[in-house]
Design a protein around this ligand. Structure first.
Ligand code: SF4
Length: 282
């Protein structure tokens, strides 16, 4: 079997930074216990490891009401101002591990909001990144969501969650411009996400024969991983979306096939390496 690993796999800069800031907390003499304000990154392996080493995962912000000591840690996808205010009132420390790319995008959105723009935002419903700025935006995930919009403001801007796919942005931009031609387009895909999508698209163009198989490694909750899967699905059905080495048994292995490997930005390298080792054993 021929295994080809895409040039960029494993953690992106934002995920790496968020995990490092979280693990460093113990060196900073901050009060225990340490509370995670949601999944630090969208990968169960990473989150379970943190929980095993004593971090406490809060699934509901209302849980903060009953906490009077300790340190809070934001996820890589952001922290809602109302939650920040609630913790600040308790005078408890917060470690903000939000990815700087997400922070910059959210700052830009707030600026548009204060300049009285209506903000159409391409993103996922119930994703932390879009949730953080929910009250300032019109969230659209599909073309159908655009049909439901009734904006009367002349000043409209279109932006997005940083890990959407090139295809989502192209399709939705076209539909928004058709309905609201005056819209300013200010979309962004984070460089780590874009680089993986671009490489994947270019490789898929070259290799999508019957013996070419694509393995996307990542957590089912990770938006950027799901976007990689969507890109592959657009071209071929020869793909597998797996999260751990346990799932390698579901892959049809043949020495005559090529296996192209890519991963989401929150997939640990250790998991990718384990999967490659398991593939080689089959
Ligand atoms: S995928 Fe991009 S936006 Fe998300 S954490 Fe990584 S670098 Fe930041």
């Amino acid at each position: 079997m021929n295994i080809i690993i895409m040039p960029k796999v494993g953690f992106c800069y934002g995920v790496e930074r968020s995990i490092t800031l979280t693990k460093e907390i113990e060196n900073n003499n901050l009060p225990k216990p340490y509370y995670l304000l949601g999944m630090l990154v969208h990968n169960d392996i990473v989150n379970n490891e943190l929980e095993k080493s004593g971090f406490i995962l809060l699934n509901n912000p209302n849980e903060i009401d009953n906490i009077n000591n300790g340190t809070f840690i934001s996820t890589a996808h952001g922290l809602k101002q109302s939650i920040k205010d609630k913790i600040n009132l308790k005078k408890l420390p917060i470690i903000d591990t939000t990815c700087p790319i997400v922070l910059n995008n959210n700052r830009k959105i707030l600026e548009y909001y204060h300049k009285m723009y209506s903000i159409i935002y391409i993103g996922k419903h119930n994703h932390q990144e879009s949730d953080v700025i929910k009250e300032y935006i019109h969230l659209v995930e599909t073309i159908d969501d655009i049909e439901k919009l009734s904006i009367t403001n002349e000043n409209i801007v279109l932006t997005n969650q940083t890990t959407m796919s090139i295809y989502d942005i192209e399709t939705i931009t076209t539909a928004v411009l058709k309905k609201y031609p005056q819209t300013i387009i200010d979309t962004i895909i984070c460089p780590a996400t874009k680089e993986r999508q671009d490489t994947l698209i270019s490789e898929l163009e070259k290799h999508h024969g019957l013996t070419d198989f694509w393995i996307v490694i990542g957590d089912k909750k990770s938006n950027n991983t799901n976007k990689l899967v969507e890109i592959v699905k657009n071209v071929t059905n020869n793909y597998y979306f797996i999260s751990s080495k346990k799932e390698v048994k579901n892959i049809k292995i043949s020495n005559d096939f090529n296996y192209y490997i890519t991963s989401g930005t929150s997939t640990p390298n250790i998991v990718i390496n384990e999967i490659i080792e398991e593939l080689k054993k089959e």
